[in-house]
Design a protein around this ligand. Sequence first.
Ligand SMILES: [Zn+2]
Length: 359
Amino acid sequence: MSTLYEDWVDFAHLGPKPAGSKMNEAASQWLEDSLKQEGITSHQHRFDTTVWTLKNFEPLKMVESDQILESYPAVGSSSGNIKQGLIERSGTTNIWHMYQWPRYTVKNHVGKVIAHITARPDGPPLSQTLLETWNYPHLFVGEDTFREWEALINSGKTPTVSFQIETEITKKELINVHGIIKGTNSDLPPLVIGAHFDTMYNTIGAYDNASGTMVLLHLIKHLFDKPIERDIHYVFFNAEELLLAGSKAFVNDFYSEKDSLNIMINIEGMGRGSQVDIWSTNPNKIKNLELLKSNFDSLHQITPPLAGSDHQPFVDVGHPAMMLTVNDQEIIHSRRDVPQSEMVKNMKILYSYLEKITV
Ligand SMILES: [Zn+2]
């Protein structure tokens, strides 16, 4: 059996795995094959959703200086050919109800809005999925561009930009990979444990979320022939980055009734750093926290959990849920999200912790 590290690097380097892409299919096949090699049967949970694909992107450029800016199309961006557009401030963009980031409109020479650009004011550029209706070409830029534009606008100037973007929106059938590890007492409601394996289109997603996916895969292999008490229902979610489409469909088809499960555990992003975050519905129900406290400098608990990952559809039904993460905002949803040794260290700690709380 390959090590956690080997599998992680291998899986991450399949490439970006956005929902609906060829590599997304290959990734779910990779997971099924890996389980099968250990004699573990998994199932495909199929669901229909709307997927967004980036066909072509000519980068964002400052027209006056020809300077190319690091920018990423939003998932949900429409197509558009912006040969020349003027930047104006125009309110904010809502990011998972967690942040309000400053927004600019791009206007043409007669003052008509032709695109939106959202600036992350406190970090590097990244891609994000729009919560709002997908009506306009929409890009994300980072802190450096935000500062540059603010300085220009404050001195009475109007930045002029160009870019070209071609996107496609289609209906597709997608696959969550799931299965059950049998416990000794089938009267007990199962524990559900999940991690999403899809990524944004612009990253191989070593941290978000190949790290969580591989921790879950190795946990399943480890627990498979162990005497555990309650059933464990494991699931590799697809389309987390498409507004949780995979976990929404999964809850809808298997766990739409309250009290049908013990707790849902979501493994999301084992990044760099020495702070572990637990988002949970009930902090008093979480066991073995000492093990985490002794391995991390700090433990940060958020109750109730925020909405931005696959525990949320479970929380919406009223299920107990917790999300485990070592949050790494510097690299998320960007090409900077590649394997780094500090993540492996954290993956191993979280693996040991999950092993303790799931048996
Ligand atoms: Zn994620």
